[in-house]
Design a binder for this molecule. Structure first.
Ligand code: SF4
Length: 216
């Protein structure tokens, strides 16, 4: 019987070679080591890798998206550890969707659907998460299996038929004042505070408290 780590290694061997989406050349992906720890059942799902995050070799690294990492750091305090030690990061679309000019673009619905069927579904089978924070409309739609209006679901915990909870969230890279006002927030600081509370709640629910973090 293979361990989760062995099964994930096999999964990533296949996924890293995948070139199913012709428009996603040069098919850049995060290396598996950037993904973190699947052992606690808490998963952070983004839409797709972005240019800056790929350059840094870790998800949610561009300045705007650091609000997610800041919220995680506050939720994990007083422990000072990388979120990857506790959480598993992935994306609905595994390759970087770049525009002609080399800027980030949103993955198309077709790219999201293809990668969900070919890879995300298998990844979820291996990890068997208990809760998934889904950042952005593509990530939430991929998990829920239909197009969603992210502002209507932002911050709600939805029970999924596959046994995990999905918490759809507006993506920090696309959130704007109008979007924030729709869900009762006024500033990015409000957004970060809300994320911190949600992360804290799920860490507690997973039995990961200050003592467990101290013990590593
Ligand atoms: S986005 Fe997914 S399906 Fe498309 S080439 Fe990359 S790994 Fe394959």
């Amino acid at each position: 019987m293979q361990t989760i780590d062995q099964r994930l290694a096999g999964f990533w061997r296949i996924t890293l070679r995948c070139q199913e989406c012709p428009a996603l050349a040069p098919w850049r992906k995060f290396p598996p080591r950037a993904r973190g720890n699947p052992g606690h059942g808490i998963m952070i799902l983004g839409e797709a890798p972005g240019r800056v995050s790929l350059e840094h070799g870790r998800p949610f690294s561009n300045p705007r998206n650091l609000t997610v990492r800041n919220a995680l750091a506050r939720a994990l305090a007083p422990a000072v550890i990388e979120p990857e030690e506790i959480l598993y990061f992935s994306d609905a679309v595994k390759c970087w969707p770049s525009s002609q000019s080399g800027a980030n673009r949103s993955p198309t619905a077709a790219e999201t659907g293809r990668c969900t069927i070919s890879h995300l579904a298998r990844e979820l089978e291996i990890i068997r998460p208990t809760v998934i924070f889904a950042f952005g409309v593509r990530a939430a739609s991929a998990l829920l299996g239909h197009p969603v209006k992210i502002a209507e679901l932002h911050g709600r915990a939805l029970e999924h038929a596959n046994g995990y909870r999905v918490i759809p969230l507006m993506h920090p890279s696309s959130i704007n004042i109008a979007g924030m006002l729709r869900v009762g927030m006024r500033t990015l600081a409000d957004y970060e505070a809300q994320l911190t509370e949600l992360f804290r709640r799920e860490l507690t629910q997973a039995g990961i408290g200050a003592r467990e973090l101290r013990q590593g």
